[in-house]
Design a protein around this ligand. Structure first.
Ligand SMILES: Nc1ncnc2c1ncn2[C@@H]1O[C@H](COP(=O)(O)OP(=O)(O)O)[C@@H](O)[C@H]1O
Ligand SMILES: [Mg+2]
Length: 355
């Protein structure tokens, strides 16, 4: 049994522009102790997926309208409040993007950690303080006993993110949701924090949903990747297969805009032209079709399903793309090399620019 099984999750927001389908039929699973990546550009529904897993969708306006979130075999979306509290306090923890919005600026760090230990584990006094010192030490904060008296603003960005990781681990969760935890940090600090998260969760056997907009940081972190676009999963594969044989042009685009350390650089990096769809009015066909250089009529008219395609060594990966169907069944992108396709796309665009 998977640790977490998300099935056909649907979360909406009511807005002036209409109903925003932020998460629209998302299914995936996370195994015990696994690090799973959830990748996509901004506005694709990654954070709302994480919020929905903990039933923390902002209200009023936000609502989970369908699906199941099975955690250790129990559906979080329908469980009683009491059980939900125990999951939020121990089963699943969230490491947020911006520690400053989650830490209380007027309380010393130590108080915030011991308070959480009191609420969730019933630890008090010297026992709670000792555990807080251990936690800060574990995440590599020097002089932890002294640092307990510091306020959040007295820590650097990287140190604050270490404190957040310590707090997330304090109640010994089975699953951590790490939502863009290094986005605000510079590259060197980012690498240190990612290494820390990877090492600690491996040692403790904690599963992680690692959320990022940057496919470049996924290699070396996660074993499997889910690519999200327009509120849906559009491609799913092992990290190796995703980098070697990405199937969907959206993933090609993400890779095209990612610096690859293991490949000589081919020309200049370019992001994907255009913007993710407005989820109050998603395109009727494939949600990526309006930006896709490889689209055909069917792409603009009918939404494609997530289908299985063969990957290396008998593995399968999945892609939501009309160009990926069986040969003879309109699968015009099947077997095409993404590097060749991107080169061709770049060449055509250069010609347009020079015309
Ligand atoms: N609190 C909210 N109120 C209204 N719309 C929201 C709210 N949070 C997110 N959304 C919308 O839901 C969609 C997905 O957002 P989000 O999950 O935050 O994207 P990501 O984390 O991938 O950048 C976006 O269209 C966003 O505008
Ligand atoms: Mg987000």
């Amino acid at each position: 049994m998977a640790l977490l099984e998300v099935h056909d999750l649907r979360t909406q927001f009511r807005s002036r522009a209409g109903i925003v389908q932020a998460v629209d039929g998302v299914s995936f699973h996370v195994d015990e102790g696994e690090m799973l990546a959830l990748v996509g550009e901004s506005g694709c529904g990654k954070s709302v997926t994480a919020q929905s897993i903990m039933r923390l969708v902002p209200t009023p306006g936000g609502e989970i309208v369908g699906g199941q979130v099975m955690f250790k075999g129990r559906d979080i979306l329908t469980m009683p409040a009491r059980e939900l509290r125990s999951i939020r306090g121990g089963g699943i923890s969230l490491v947020p993007q911006d520690p400053m919005t989650s830490l209380n600026p007027v309380l010393p760090i130590g108080r915030q950690i011991t308070e959480s230990l009191k609420v969730h584990l019933g630890l008090r006094g010297a026992a709670a303080r000792a555990r807080a010192v251990d936690l800060l030490d574990m995440v590599g904060i020097p002089a932890p006993a002294t640092r307990l008296r510091s306020y959040p603003h007295q820590f650097s960005g990287g140190m604050r993110q270490r404190v957040m990781i310590a707090m997330a681990l304090s109640c010994d969760p089975s699953l951590i949701l790490a939502d863009e935890i290094t986005t605000a940090l510079d590259v060197t600090i980012q690498a240190q924090i990612l290494e820390l998260l990877k090492r600690l969760t491996r040692e403790l056997g904690t599963a992680v949903i690692f959320i990022t907009h940057d496919l470049g940081v996924v290699a070396g972190m996660a074993e499997r990747v889910n690519v999200m676009y327009g509120g849906q999963i559009v491609e799913r594969a092992t990290t190796v297969d995703l980098f070697d044989t990405p199937r969907m042009p959206y993933t090609w685009g993400l890779l095209g805009s990612v610096p690859r350390l293991d490949q000589p650089r081919q020309g200049k990096l370019r992001p994907i032209d255009g913007y993710p769809p407005n989820l109050a009015e998603p395109p009727p066909g494939c949600r990526f079709a309006p930006r896709c250089a490889f689209r055909r009529d069917v792409c603009l008219e009918e939404p494609p399903a997530l289908v299985s395609v063969p990957a290396a060594d008998g593995r399968i990966q999945e892609a939501r793309c009309w160009g990926m169907r069986e040969p003879g069944d309109g699968g015009w992108l099947r077997g095409q090399s993404w590097r060749a396709a991107l080169r061709e796309q770049n060449r055509e665009q250069n010609e347009v620019h020079h015309a």
